[in-house]
Design a binder for this molecule. Structure first.
Ligand code: BEZ
Length: 382
């Protein structure tokens, strides 16, 4: 009887929003392996924004469940189905690795579950696989590569060797670089690769030394990026052949890379010293919450949460209102620590690409490499 009275009292007193069921957010991220630190930073950034909103969006309190995807595409479909069918999540947030993200996108598209990708740049996800319920808060692999292709050509490189992991992210990053570099008169003379997450770089570094290109372009991230930068310097190449990278090469990695990273030039949509008001407040809040300096992955997690809030505030917390959610996100200007950005027709950020140089423990922004760069969204039919 007492419980019945309490329930009735709650129903009469609480406003409708407070009675809505909790919103279940499913994090599918790498918490182990070479990308573990990236998954951790994304989750921290996401939670920070939600804490700033009092732990609610669209009038619904948030609850989290998480799965370690191990950056393993072979386990991805099972993992995402666990979140959707076993845990009944309302929203999926993930992931880092492009191969895993493509499996997530396929399931999300088939099920209609709202998916926000806080890192993986797989071009297909905002290309042929694009959908009303799939958004990215990060970048396409093509974007930083394309920006660096322009930079390398402007800096006078004529012949470049590329080196990366052989999977979608590496291939597409090199593809973006090559497109811009060759359009501007350069030539990619050799494309080297090794399987993900292999770090036996030595034979490939020996090959680079023999070719003697004007520069090297690379995509590596996380633990692999730390080892590559150290091995490149140890092989004596840093002194003779400029190393250019997509910014993941030096983001979140500088403590471990030490002096071997000094002076490296990379392109990315975030960096140190941006000095806009949003970045200042974000950095202070992140430092306070986690006693750590945020990197690009933390920013992407924070912005994934902002995008979710924009969508769900417009739909009043109703995840089934896909058109309302999509319209709100598509028309928003997202106030990001990276600088304000918009979401393009294929649901990928349209954003400035910065040229950064490693100075001490910073990826110091030294110029805008390409202003408001949009991924072409090739093959996307919404
Ligand atoms: C990717 O797989 O898309 C990716 C992983 C780490 C950093 C950047 C991109």
């Amino acid at each position: 009887m007492k419980t019945l009275i309490a329930a009735l009292a709650t129903a009469l007193v609480l406003p409708a929003a407070a009675q809505s069921p909790k919103l279940k957010v499913g994090f599918m991220l790498p918490y182990s392996g070479t990308y573990a630190a990236l998954g951790d930073a994304i989750e921290k950034g996401f939670r920070l924004y939600m804490t700033e909103q009092g732990g609610r969006v669209g009038g619904r309190e948030i609850e989290y469940v998480k799965v370690d995807d191990e950056s393993d595409p072979a386990k991805a479909t099972d993992n995402v189905n666990k979140l959707i069918k076993r845990d009944n999540v309302d929203v999926l947030v993930g992931t880092v690795h492009s191969g895993v993200a493509m499996a997530m996108a396929k399931v999300a598209k088939d099920n209609g579950t709202l998916l926000i990708i806080p890192n993986a740049g797989a071009v297909a996800v905002t290309g042929p696989m694009c959908a009303q319920n799939i958004f990215r808060s990060s970048f396409s692999n093509w974007q930083p590569g394309y920006a660096m292709g322009e930079v390398a050509a402007k800096r006078g490189a004529k012949k470049v060797v590329t080196i990366t992991w052989k999977y979608a992210a590496g291939d597409e990053s090199v593809g973006g670089f090559k497109e811009a570099f060759e359009k501007n008169g350069g030539q990619v003379v050799k494309e080297l690769s090794l399987p993900f997450p292999n770090v036996e770089f030595q034979p490939l570094l020996t090959e680079i030394a023999a070719i003697k290109p004007d520069a090297v372009y690379t995509f590596f991230a996380g633990g692999g990026a730390v080892k590559f930068v150290k091995d490149y310097a140890a092989a004596g190449l840093k002194k003779t052949i400029p190393l250019y990278g997509a910014g993941f090469l030096t983001d979140g990695t500088l403590e471990a890379q030490g002096a071997d990273a000094d002076g490296l030039l990379t392109t990315l949509h975030y960096g140190d010293g941006l000095d806009n008001p949003k970045d200042k407040s974000f950095r202070a809040a992140y430092q306070k919450a986690y006693n750590a300096v945020p990197d690009v992955y933390a920013v992407q997690g924070y912005d994934a949460a902002q995008m979710l809030a924009i969508g769900l505030n417009a739909s009043k917390g109703d995840v089934s209102k896909k058109a309302e959610i999509a319209k709100a996100i598509e028309t928003a200007k997202i106030d990001s620590p990276r600088g304000a950005f918009t979401i393009g027709a294929s649901h990928n950020p349209v954003q400035d690409m910065y040229l950064r140089q490693v100075i001490g423990k910073d990826n110091k922004v030294i110029a805008i490499a390409t202003k408001a760069l949009a991924d072409p969204g090739r093959g996307c039919k919404m």
